[in-house]
Ligand binder design. Structure first.
Ligand code: SAM
Length: 282
């Protein structure tokens, strides 16, 4: 394996620091630095950006991001065993890598980052969707990040980019695409990881739009979408009935057939519905 930075190969790092993968931490490590550099390149202009990385582990993606010129990387890692390995990278790239030991769900990284900020991560599967939903639903838009370059299991990636009428289309597709551009940019087979998971993975590139594609109140839109997809096989007049006594009339005014199902309605339709719902709710 060719080295991109003069540091030891990742296989050696893992054995030196005895980083045996722990399932409960969602640990599947990428060992090929050419692959991690390729993932890093998907994130866009790194030289002018601070990067937030969640779960650097032995540092494969971290090294890719730094070798590709990231201005500054803030890496949050829960597993203390990985810290000595990450310290070596800190020394190899003076002043460009900061490592915080802790739980990414508990730490507010913003005081350590200077905009523009991009997020890049091979996320632990157990907190990946929760982090994504937090990043997609900030208090203000545009969010703190310009782009998210994230590895997910393929099925989750397909839900993020799905279009109306597709089986994977749902709440996550609408959250991701209402105010962002979302694309699958790489597919990664199980053999690329140690240990090899049973599933295929995909890298998703999500770029924040300056403003939403269609106006709507975020909380109302989110409530309607969650309720509609909670019973996705039901007609909307029935799945949304509990939200408003005049739901059928609201649907008709929004140009949506009350007999339609959630999976048939695009983002524009849900936004129109949210606006009319808001107006009729007084
Ligand atoms: N980035 C490395 C790579 O690509 O090889 C490791 C990715 S591995 C899928 C997920 C990493 O997230 C592990 O290093 C794990 O210890 C870390 N992790 C798990 N839960 C975490 C949490 N709540 N906060 C921060 N890191 C976490």
């Amino acid at each position: 394996m060719s080295s991109i930075d003069g540091l030891p190969p990742l296989r050696e790092v893992i054995s030196t620091h005895d980083l045996r993968a722990k399932k409960q931490l969602g640990q599947n490590f990428l060992l090929d630095l050419n692959l991690t550099a390729k993932i890093a390149r998907q994130a866009g202009d790194l030289t002018g950006s601070d990067i937030l990385e969640i779960g650097p582990g032995p540092g494969g993606l971290t090294r890719g991001l730094l070798a590709e010129g990231a201005r500054h990387v803030l890496a949050i890692e829960k597993d203390a065993r990985a810290l000595p390995a990450l310290e070596q990278i800190v020394h190899a790239y003076p002043g460009r890598l900061q490592v915080i030991h802790g739980d990414a769900l508990e730490i507010d990284p913003l005081s350590h980052l200077t905009p523009p900020i991009r997020v890049a991560a091979n996320l632990p599967y157990n907190i990946g969707t929760e982090l994504l939903i937090r990043w997609l639903t900030p208090p203000d838009w545009p969010p703190f990040w310009q782009s998210l370059t994230l590895m997910f299991q393929r099925e989750v990636a397909e839900r993020i980019v799905a279009q109306p009428g597709q089986k994977a289309y749902g709440r996550l597709s609408i959250l991701a695409q209402w105010r962002s551009e979302a694309r699958i940019v790489m597919s990664i087979p199980p053999e690329a990881f140690v240990p090899a998971p049973k599933i295929h993975s995909s890298v998703v590139q999500i770029t924040a739009l300056p403003k939403p594609r269609f106006p709507a109140d975020p909380a109302i839109l989110s409530r309607i979408v969650a309720t509609a997809f909670n019973q996705r096989r039901k007609m909307l007049r029935s799945s949304l009935r509990g939200l408003h006594p005049e739901m059928e009339a609201i649907l008709t005014e929004a140009g949506i057939k009350p007999t339609a199902r959630a999976e048939e309605i695009g983002i524009e339709g849900f936004c129109t519905l949210a606006r009319i719902f808001e107006a009729r709710s007084g």
